[in-house]
Ligand binder design. Structure first.
Ligand code: CIR
Length: 261
């Protein structure tokens, strides 16, 4: 039987040189381009290792953050959806993804109002959680809920804590019944029917894990969280994320993943 995380297809985009000017909170250092590319290569290799067929799109220099493809679209086995990213510098990224989505999907729905970043969307076996955030507004969330119903998906809308960029910056699914979450998000109503694992103190940055097949992809330096997950009998694959973390990004951000042909 195919499990919820048994993705077979993914779309990623190579980082352009402009990625070093990507958005970030505060005035942190620029990432190192060569090291960031290596992190991206390792990530693609991990997806392939998990049996995923990866469509690697060319870099898009006018869009520094376009390597984070997750924010501009949603993909399911029933169809794709172009989002409206909330940061003005990222608004054009959805249209940029359209040709690739059309190659893979017969149905590509679009939004004509509001804003939603894919980083605010957590797919669970029971529902698609839409987190309101600085990037995702209520108008966008409500429209998205209607469009998701057309793809056969039930949506629930929740609030992302103000200190957290994207809903999934603070949480990620570990298995079909378990979510890893930072302490601030542990009580989120959408997690009522799930077991919640809370990130250990000092490892809040670990929360953006990505389950692919039987592995949980996790940032390399989060040893305690990794140990906690492995004690549940789930294999982890540790990846370097130091450079992408400088752009407030994590492992889910760099791909669109789905079960398809
Ligand atoms: C941004 O601020 O939009 C990018 N620098 C980081 C996007 C991270 N995406 C994600 O968490 N889904």
């Amino acid at each position: 039987m195919t499990g919820f995380f048994d993705f077979t297809q993914a779309i990623v985009r190579k980082p352009g040189l402009s990625v070093i000017s990507g958005l970030r909170e505060g005035d942190g250092a620029d990432p190192d381009y060569v090291s960031l590319c290596k992190e991206h290569d390792d990530y693609v290799a991990a997806l392939r290792h998990a049996g995923v067929s990866v469509d690697v799109l060319e870099a898009a220099e006018p869009y520094p953050d376009s390597v984070f493809v997750e924010d501009a679209a949603l993909v399911f086995e029933t169809g794709a959806l172009l989002l409206r990213p909330g940061a003005s510098s990222r608004a054009g990224e959805a249209a940029l993804l359209l040709p690739a989505l059309k190659r893979h999907f017969e149905t590509v729905l679009t939004m004509d109002e509001g804003h939603v970043d894919g980083g605010d969307i957590l797919a669970t076996p029971n529902a698609v959680v839409i987190g309101l955030s600085h990037r995702t507004d209520r108008k966008g969330a409500e429209l998205l809920a209607i469009l998701l119903a057309r793809l056969g998906k039930k949506a629930v809308i929740e609030q992302t804590p103000a200190s957290i960029l994207h809903f999934k910056t603070g949480c990620g699914m570990i298995d079909e019944e378990t979510v890893l979450a930072v302490p601030e998000m542990a009580g989120c109503g959408a997690f009522n029917s799930l077991r919640v694992l809370v990130t250990p103190e000092g490892e809040e940055g670990a929360a953006n894990v990505l389950r692919v097949g039987s592995n949980v992809l996790i940032g390399q330096h989060w040893a305690k969280t990794r140990d906690m997950i492995e004690r549940l009998g789930i294999e982890t694959l540790a990846l370097p994320v130091t450079e992408i973390a400088k752009l407030d990004a994590g492992l889910s951000c760099m791909s669109l993943r789905w079960q398809g042909r």
